[in-house]
Design a protein. Structure first.
Length: 751
């Protein structure tokens, strides 16, 4: 994969990355051993991540000593190294260095109250209700009953709306890396990963008032109460406020770091907080899609053993297609749990791939799982797992799918315009949630109707949108059907483009009331059956359609990703659960005289011919498609030739041909509930050990520093029937340094 511009030409490997957590005392021999282990068909590179449990100073001398060692070893092994930009997360505080520079850099949040009792001095504004509505009053003299606005400052995080604060973050973090390892930038070190930079739900900043005055020429505080009161004009005010916050975050954080990366031959990637839905995004980042144009490789966070909203995945993949970005990264499988299976890993990645994600970063590979580290959002994809020797079978399958679905051009000609502006206008109301939910439902219905849609953000449309030859273009992507969900007022630029598009014969659908001043179009119901009927009515042509039977009953529960190649097409079909049929009818667009259809083995990339029949410009074939599966098909058009196998990242076979099951160790019972006594107090009720530590920290903080704290734990468990104590032992884990936990003399197993 190539990321190129006049200033930058960086090649990155195909294959998965490891989210490699440095979480203990680091030893170079162990770093080398783990890197060599990763290189054996498991990962193409590592994302070095400081995590809880690290026993050396973050970004200290020993840290960079180890970093330089890893870079040299990675070069020897052909692995990439990626920089993680923070000590933990969220990104921006530089391991505490930026907050330590003073309160002006701290994260700030607005609060509103109608009493002045207990309100701190850092008031922002106050208003008195009158017969004509609310009017400003001096904030210092506000009385009980007036609406008062103030802010709180969080010393643990930072104000990312401030360009100065973000510049401090860059100086403390990015510039340190440039000074220490800058010679490897663009070579072994490929890029910088940012993790969940965020704002407060009701953000405040030292820069907001001046920015508002510069843009709107009125004092922000005059009408700031409209953020929480639904008085006249509140929708336009909330939309304007949220747009300004989004623009400030983009300019100060995303664009500033992107420019630094470009100047230093690095790829900027990572993900923002609360990406799944529009209402969530406004809480956390002001609108996720608006940041992707500045990221050389947009990314997401795919958490858990689940299938999230397609909005999460379609947002970055749409921008990548529109603006010609080679790849979309996913920090994936975090919190998936110890019970995750290989089949489930492939199922989850198959869905990510079919929706446009191309590069996985497995969360996480733990340097150590000593002590509490083992409870850190498992599963882990590292040597501690019993299935680690077989794990390359998973990465081989994933790498094969990714290489197949990078070739050619994605076919997606239906655009859904994001109603983010309408959600911002109705912020923190039931209407905002309704618009966000309807938007997700619309995208899900279209995908289930086998229509591979893309999403359009109005900021990106304003910069990259145009109308050419009757098509609606965003950057390099063109669309022949534009769908406007329940959106309220659209921006002037979007309306202008829609009017021009309609004048040139473009087709527009409205799912909900037509926005004011928008051109005429068809109003369609946001129901899958109605959308299918409307698509059929306009003669919408899919490059491939899957049917339950030969009579044309469309198959549901599948997702399609079709790409146009030189001489043919390739389609990844991701099949969901819930049907018994293994065979379906595929109808494929293939003008010409050829009758070649192949199924591609995802792991080996070998081709096998599927019998098919010609029907005019189409091929029809019976295709085996069990539920819970992924298959890839290829077919020719107009004299082309079926593609040969793509280059494979890993070639070694890891098939298990013979195995037996046996008991390798004594049977064990994990005691993960306990009662706790602090300083001789009565023992508590039983509680999960995992939840105990935070309470102990709070009790420690409440004591004078010089006062010792005694902690006793009591473990017990119930056993039905008789209990044979012979051969029973208690095993305690040490602290990683050979120091065993104290056990009181006379304690017996089972007590």
């Amino acid at each position: 994969m190539q990321f190129g511009s006049v200033e930058q030409d960086i090649h990155i490997n195909g294959g998965a990355l490891s989210f490699w957590s440095w979480n203990d005392q680091l030893e170079k021999d162990e770093l080398r051993r783990q890197l060599e282990d990763f290189s054996r068909g498991r990962f193409s590179g590592v994302l070095v991540h400081s995590r809880g449990g690290l026993r050396i100073p973050y970004m200290g001398k020993e840290w960079f000593d180890c970093y330089r060692f890893v870079i040299n070893e990675a070069r020897r092994l052909g692995l990439e190294v990626w920089i993680y930009d923070e000590d933990g997360w969220p990104s921006g505080f530089a391991g505490g260095r930026v907050p330590a520079m003073g309160e002006k850099h701290w994260l700030k949040q607005l609060h509103f109250s109608q009493t002045d009792t207990g309100i701190p001095e850092n008031r922002v504004a106050a208003w008195k209700r009158t017969a004509d509505g609310y009017r400003p009053v001096p904030k210092e003299t506000a009385e009980s009953g007036d609406l008062i606005c103030w802010y709180t400052a969080d010393k643990n995080y930072v104000d990312l709306l401030s360009r100065e604060t973000v510049r401090c973050f860059i100086e403390c973090t990015h510039e340190r890396y440039r000074q220490e390892i800058g010679g490897a930038f663009g070579d072994v070190v490929k890029g910088v990963f940012t993790d969940e930079p965020q704002i407060a739900p009701y953000p405040w900043s030292t820069v907001l008032e001046d920015a508002w005055l510069s843009r709107y020429h009125t004092p922000l505080t005059d009408r700031l109460y409209l953020l929480v009161l639904e008085e006249a004009g509140f929708e336009q005010f909330r939309r304007s406020f949220r747009e300004l916050v989004s623009d400030l975050l983009y300019e100060s954080f995303t664009k500033q770091i992107s420019e630094w990366c470009r100047q230093n031959r690095l790829i900027f990637t990572g993900h923002f907080s609360e990406e799944d839905g529009l209402a969530m995004q406004l809480h956390g980042n002001g609108g996720t899609m608006r940041h992707y144009p500045a990221m050389q490789m947009p990314g997401i966070d795919h958490l858990g053993n689940r299938y999230p909203s397609p909005i999460l995945l379609k947002q970055p993949s749409s921008v990548a297609h529109q603006l010609g970005k080679s790849d979309v990264l996913s920090e994936t499988y975090g919190c998936a749990g110890w019970e995750i299976t290989f089949d489930r890993l492939c199922r989850i990645w198959g869905r990510e791939s079919v929706l446009g994600i191309t590069k996985p970063c497995f969360h996480l590979s733990a340097y150590s799982i000593t002590g509490r580290r083992k409870r850190d959002y498992p599963a882990f994809y590292s040597y501690q797992e019993p299935w680690w020797d077989q794990f390359p079978a998973v990465t081989r399958w994933i790498d094969g799918l990714d290489s197949l679905m990078r070739e050619g051009e994605r076919l997606s000609d239906v655009l859904v315009i994001s109603p983010l502006g309408a959600v911002a206008a109705a912020y923190d109301t039931k209407r905002a949630e309704k618009i966000s939910c309807e938007y997700r439902c619309l995208v899900e219905n279209l995908l289930d109707a086998q229509v591979d849609v893309e999403l359009g953000d109005e900021k990106i449309i304003a910069e990259h949108g145009r109308i050419e030859d009757g098509d609606f273009w965003i950057g390099q992507a063109s669309y022949r059907l534009v769908i406007v969900p329940e959106a309220g007022a659209l921006t002037e630029k979007t309306l202008s483009l829609l009017c021009e598009y309609a004048q040139q014969g473009g087709r527009i659908w409205y799912c909900g009331d037509r926005p004011p001043e928008a051109p005429d179009g068809e109003v369609v119901q946001n129901r899958r059956d109605m959308l299918e009927k409307c698509l059929s009515y306009i003669g919408y042509q899919r490059p491939i359609a899957l049917y339950v039977d030969e009579y044309g009953t469309l198959l549901h529960g599948v997702l399609l990703h079709t790409r146009r190649l030189d001489g043919g097409y390739r389609c990844h079909i991701w099949a969901g659960s819930g049907w018994d049929r293994k065979q379906i009818t595929a109808r494929l667009y293939a003008p010409g005289d050829e009758n070649m259809l192949c199924r591609v083995d995802i792991a080996s990339q070998e081709r096998s011919v599927i019998p098919c029949q010609r029907d005019g410009d189409f091929l029809t074939a019976a295709v085996e498609l069990p539920s819970d599966s992924s298959i890839v098909l290829e077919w020719q058009h107009s004299g082309g030739t079926v593609h040969t196998a793509c280059q494979k990242t890993f070639l070694k076979e890891y098939a298990v041909t013979d195995c037996t099951i046996g008991l390798e160790a004594d049977n064990a019972l994990t005691l993960d509930y306990a009662s706790v006594s602090v300083n001789g107090a009565p023992f508590s009720e039983k509680q999960p050990v995992l939840h105990m530590l935070c309470g102990l920290y709070r009790e420690r903080e409440a004591l004078p520093p010089e006062q010792p704290m005694s902690v006793r734990l009591r473990y017990d468990f119930d056993c039905d029937g008789g209990w044979d104590m012979s051969g029973v032992s208690v095993v305690f884990e040490d602290d990683g340094a050979g120091n065993h936990l104290p056990v009181r003399p006379g304690d017996r197993p089972g007590e």
